[in-house]
Ligand binder design. Structure first.
Ligand code: PBG
Length: 319
């Protein structure tokens, strides 16, 4: 008789044959930085996650470095928004200032990454700019992304996270970086990013002004093959790392990506995934720390080389 249970008989044996492990270096912590605040502002839909001030950001980055995390991903929450998202390209805009602060604090300890997308900065809340009929204008948005890429690279961002889902965004940003002496700045392509209900709490986190949805540019959750198409395009356009997002409802897409990609593949355990675990745990319905660990292990097992997760610091502490 085959007896697979032989390898499950003790904690030491199980640890020895574990195929997937979590390590702090494979975890990236997303951080929100709010303009014009000196307070740390808690987010009701994401218990334990806050909007940082520039000052508290320093402490968060220092802690992430101390814990040995692979990196932090910065999101800016500006005081003022407009139709073209001017704050995103202003060198004194919150995300660019926060990047300089984080890079100074982190030294060589971790990789400071920035979200390259207009939605936090536009008054209509879309990831791009709108045309005269109110539709998201792909190619005009690319022009803004090129400007945003230069502003972020000049601020010292060590990895640009292109999350806007415009066609051609990786090629456009690669081109502008290369022709401005930023050929060493790498690009993380949010290649397969789906129009997901699980971004709900994030919208509170960045005080999104979005009315409607992003379904004309983010992918339909029904589509797996289309995920492959997007991933291949980003590889061709020169992405250094690919991302699948959200993570837990898209493990098939992630496994496809891991199988086909010659570059690293990451996954983003998004705000709604975090909130679901926290809410169920708060009700006593699941074992919180086991659920956190299992969720991130499953994302790694499906093929993610690294994971963006709001649990990053906590997991690192527990290892
Ligand atoms: C776009 C962006 C979003 C998230 C990360 N980058 C929001 C969106 O696409 O609607 C969501 C992350 C999360 O839910 O944790 N700037």
């Amino acid at each position: 008789m085959e007896r697979p249970r032989r390898l499950r008989q003790s904690p030491a044996m199980r640890r020895l044959v574990a195929e997937t492990r979590l390590h702090p270096a494979d975890l990236i912590l997303p951080l929100f930085v709010r303009e014009g605040t000196t307070e740390v502002i808690p987010l009701s839909s994401m218990p334990g996650v806050v909007q940082h001030s520039l000052d508290s950001l320093k402490g968060a980055v220092a802690e992430a470095a101390e814990l040995g995390l692979g990196g932090v991903m910065l999101f800016g929450v500006p005081e003022h928004k407009d139709a073209v998202g001017s704050g995103a390209t202003d060198p004194d805009g919150i995300l660019n200032v926060a990047t300089r602060v984080a890079v100074a604090e982190a030294g060589d300890a971790l990789v400071v990454q920035t979200d390259l997308c207009l939605d936090e900065f536009t008054d209509h809340g879309h990831c791009g700019v709108l045309d005269s009929r109110g539709r998201v204008d792909n190619d005009a948005s690319l022009e803004r992304y090129r400007e945003m890429a230069l502003a972020q690279a000049a601020s010292g961002s060590q990895l640009l996270g292109l999350s806007g889902m415009m066609d051609g965004q990786v090629a456009a940003v690669r081109d502008v970086l290369d022709s401005n002496d930023f050929d060493e700045t790498p690009i993380l392509g949010y290649s397969a990013k789906y129009a997901s209900a699980f971004y709900g709490p994030f919208r509170e986190a960045v005080q999104s002004s979005l009315v409607g949805d992003r379904r004309t540019y983010q992918q339909d959750p029904a589509n797996r093959r289309e995920g492959t198409r997007e991933l291949l395009l980003d590889i061709e356009e020169g992405a250094d790392i690919l991302m699948v997002k959200p993570a837990m409802s898209y493990l098939d897409v992630l496994a496809d990506a891991a199988a086909l990609s010659p570059v690293p593949v990451w996954a983003y355990q998004v705000s709604g995934e975090y909130a679901m675990i926290e809410a169920a745990a708060a009700n006593g319905w699941i074992d919180r720390s086991r659920a956190i660990h299992e969720s991130v292990v499953s994302i790694r097992r499906a093929g993610a080389d690294a994971v963006l997760t709001y649990f990053a610091a906590e997991i690192a502490r527990s290892l």
